[in-house]
Design a protein around this ligand. Structure first.
Ligand code: ADP
Ligand code: MG
Length: 686
């Protein structure tokens, strides 16, 4: 690496300021990427801009003043093609007064605001453009993030871009591209040195896209190398156990499957076979089982659990709520022959001390083989004799630490994570590089398609009438609100404010129940139990009902302010109905005020009931972080790559590593790939 100091282009102060931003050498400065560009041939017409827009304007300062009333406030009035905008700075230093003088041409970028009745930028970033027209006209000007400290040390957008250009002139020829020429052309990429030049000094906006595509590719390659390393490290672990299914167990499982009231779907069979086969590995295997709501993941998990149990291994099955933990426990008892429930423990937070102690003893002595439970499973006093397999249901409900805590109770146990929020393939690769994905796409044949409708709030009267109709036919109904009471947000329908109206005026003859997050565990449990038994006909709830609840008799799901929910959440909510033999409905009650993006989500819901398709749409509308509760994973830290746009590129990066393992070795030999990933991949030759 070439330290910036060596270039003699920067003053001591500038070096210090930059090094605080982790910009220490030429590679770092090459990767100090423009945040945006000004196309000097294009000028924004402010007449079409609105408060709240992020814009760049270029204009002339026609007036400026410094005020000292209370806080120091500096304002520059900027004329852009006859339209006026103000740039306002509080606690402004006098350098602003000196720099932003009348007659100067200035570029400002930031969020438009209305301040004192005038269209203004508050603390915009800015750059003077008056002198040196040769550099800054007729070309696309890179705009860098400039901190206050940088500005004070005379590193402005312009001086910085000049220095970067000088660095490029001197050192670009020494950039060594790790990628062989045939791959550069096969994937239609720019050579590294070109990409670096064009990302800073493009001839056109298109060129910036090409440049970023190349840098994104490198990022994705490095990311994949990291993933491969992680996987390789796992393969080196000897878990000291390997699943061996003997003929007796095989027969037992076949019998259980044959005794079910339904046939396994082909995807369930395949998932079971894959899990069983992969678990014969000598290293710990991690799987992510993705299957839409109601696709029958639980059963697959229980069958695999049984195989482990029959191999004298213990299994832990973690569920996010007591309701679900009970449900799984019950499901397991249901599939086992009558009476053979010994060795299966249900661990809940509310277990009495004595009861709990007895269960824990049986587990720690290895007398019990399966522990199904909530967070109660994670506590320190829960110990196993020989924990080899962990199942995590609705895995996005749990954090990494919780998973690790459970894992630490075993001896490098195998892991099966399950989710009903299918994750697009690209994301699976990015976020779960060490997890083998298994998909259950097929749904049980018995499922009838849910009729989803978007109706306006004016139609609530009619909606309530059909609720009465279905309840009179013996069905049950959910009404879901985004918030509990109005104090959270007065623009939305809230559960508590409407509940009394529903109870007293709308449905005086029906039996209503309440379910929301502020109830105690027992209250929630009792509401659910009553709903399950049909004692409650209309369950008025928040998203507490979202996770996994299975009441086949309920056939109407009404969602208020559905635009407030993400697609996967809406899909989960909808999945609460359509579980029995009755035609089911999901009514999305659309308010008058709704954003175009919100509208798009609702129409996606009406259009398809395929969770995979919805996950893909959600991903495209909202980006990876929002989609799946994956924010905690590392991959959202990509600097250039955008998985929405670069999905295909990601596949290519992985293909490259398979075809050219020597590249993997070469990059893995970099002192610290993670750091390189964070800083950017520029290698220098001589
Ligand atoms: P999820 O994948 O959402 O966790 P569950 O495992 O809770 O779904 O299954 C939903 C319901 O479907 C359960 O009542 C289960 O008994 C039932 N089920 C599972 N597999 C099948 C199948 N192959 N055919 C019919 N019903 C099934
Ligand atoms: Mg489930």
């Amino acid at each position: 690496m070439i330290p910036l100091k060596e270039t003699t282009l920067f003053s001591e102060t500038q070096l210090k300021v930059l090094s605080r931003l982790a910009v220490k050498d030429v590679r770092d400065i090459f990767y100090y990427l423009p945040r945006t560009y000004i196309d000097r041939t294009m000028r924004l017409d402010l007449r079409t801009a609105h408060s709240g827009d992020y814009v760049t304007v270029v204009g002339t300062i026609v007036h400026s003043e410094m005020r000292f009333a209370g806080k120091r406030r500096f304002t520059a009035k900027i004329d852009t093609n006859g339209f006026t905008v103000y740039a306002t700075f509080f606690n402004a230093g006098s350098y602003l007064q000196k720099a932003l003088v009348v007659g100067q041409e200035i570029a400002c970028w930031g969020k438009l605001d209305v301040y004192g009745g005038r269209l203004s930028f508050m603390h915009p970033e800015w750059e003077l453009l008056t002198q040196d027209k040769a550099k800054h006209t007729g070309r696309i000007v890179p705009i860098y993030r400039i901190t206050e400290a940088m500005r004070k040390s005379f590193l402005t957008v312009r001086t910085l871009s000049e220095k970067i250009e000088e660095c490029l002139n001197r050192y670009a020829s020494r950039i060594a591209d790790y990628l062989p020429k045939n791959y550069i052309s096969r994937y239609n990429l720019l050579p590294m040195a070109d990409a670096i030049r064009k990302v800073h000094f493009p001839q056109s906006i298109d060129e910036t896209e090409d440049a970023r595509r190349r840098l994104a590719f490198d990022e994705l390659v490095l990311f994949s190398v990291l993933n491969e390393e992680k996987k390789a490290a796992i393969r080196k672990i000897d878990k000291g156990f390997s699943l061996r299914i003997d003929t007796t167990t095989k027969k037992e499982i076949d019998n259980l499957i044959n005794a079910l009231p339904f046939k396994l779907t082909r995807d369930q069979e395949k998932a079971f076979e894959t899990l069983e086969k992969n678990s014969e590995a000598l290293y710990p295997v991690n799987h992510l089982l993705m299957g839409d709501v109601g696709s029958g993941k639980t059963l697959v998990a229980l069958l695999v659990a049984l195989v482990y149990m029959r191999c004298d291994a213990q299994v832990a099955y973690l569920a996010p709520t007591e309701i679900l933990a009970r449900q799984h426990y019950q499901s397991f008892l249901n599939i086992l022959p009558k009476g053979s429930f010994e060795g299966i423990e249900l661990l809940l937070g509310k277990d009495g001390a004595k009861e709990r102690r007895a269960k824990l003893e049986r587990l720690s002595r290895g007398e019990s083989y399966l522990a199904i439970g909530t967070h109660a499973l994670l506590q320190d006093d829960v110990q196993f004799q020989n924990l080899r397999f962990i199942i995590i249901d609705e895995q996005h409900r749990f954090g990494v630490e919780q998973r690790e805590k459970l894992r630490a109770k075993g001896k490098n146990p195998d892991l099966l994570s399950m989710t009903a929020t299918p994750i697009p393939r690209t994301l699976t690769l990015a976020y779960y590089g060490d997890l083998e994905p298994i998909y259950i796409k097929e749904k049980p044949k018995t499922r009838i398609k849910i009729d989803t409708r978007i109706l306006s709030e004016e139609m609530l009267g009619g909606i309530y009438n059909s609720v009465k109709k279905y309840v009179s036919q013996g069905r049950q109904v959910y009404i879901v609100y985004p918030i509990i009471d109005e104090s959270e947000n007065s623009d939305m329908a809230s559960l508590l404010s409407e509940y009394s109206v529903l109870e007293k005026t709308v449905f005086p003859d029906l039996r209503l129940g309440l379910l929301h997050g502020r109830l105690t565990g027992d209250e929630k449990e009792s509401a659910m139990q009553k709903f399950r038994e049909g004692l409650i006909q209309v369950l008025v709830a928040t998203t507490v009902v979202e996770v996994g609840i299975d009441v086949p008799n309920a056939n109407v799901m009404i969602i208020r302010n559905p635009e407030r929910f993400g697609l996967s959440q809406l899909h989960q909510l909808r999945g609460r109905v359509g579980r029995g033999e009755h035609q089911s409905f999901c009514i999305l009650v659309e308010p008058d005020k709704i954003t175009p993006e919100g509208k798009e989500r609702l129409s996606a819901m009406a259009k398809t009931d395929d969770g995979f398709e919805l996950a893909q749409i959600d991903f495209e509308l909202r980006g990876p972080g929002e989609t799946t509760g994956l924010k905690q994973s590392g991959a959202s830290e990509f600097r250039v790559a955008d998985l929405r746009r670069h999905a295909a590129l990601f596949e290519k990066a992985r293909e490259l590593l398979v075809e050219m393992p020597q590249i993997q070795t070469q990059l893995a030999a970099l002192k610290n790939i993670r750091q390189t990933l964070e800083k950017g991949l520029v290698l220098f030759g001589n």
